[in-house]
Design a protein around this ligand. Sequence first.
Ligand code: NI
Length: 194
Amino acid sequence: MADKSTSSKGSTVTAETPVAATPKGKIYPIVKYGDPVLEKPAATIAKFDAELEHLVEDMFASMYAANGVGLAAPQIGKSIRLAVVDVTVGKNPEAKIVLVNPEIIHAEGEVREEEGCLSVPGFRGYVVRPQFVTVRAQNAKGETFEIRGENLLARAFCHEIDHLHGILFLTHLSMLKRDLIKRKIKKLRKEGEW
Ligand code: NI
């Protein structure tokens, strides 16, 4: 899921920038709409090992680099049921949420709000999501937990879990809005800008 603000600007990195300031983890390019990996259901994760823990760090690094509040593994080309969420975009380390094999077990209320996606850069649209959701998931060690989210956090959970089902936010838009965005993307692709 994309960040709400579009005005943030990265600070200039100089030779004096301390190494500690560099976020750890590999930064993956984000897969864009049109790639079939985004529209197929991801596989359940059964192996909880160091490789998975590394991938989680890489996912956070990739998400922060893209200024996002959520990122699902299919968005870096990996069709597995893993997503990361941080609605503070790295400001609060305690807000980092790892969702392995997540499912929504309870949803309540409705909020209509504008939403975007790192895989559909430059386009936003209004999507109705639950105001509250409870998610059951595993962490990177395979331990099961439940977490409740409200408003933006609930929206991020729904958006990322949708990704793991191969569903993009475009699906939830009005047909008119969806077709408009798809036409614009088609045009961008023709111009080699997508
Ligand atoms: Ni997304």
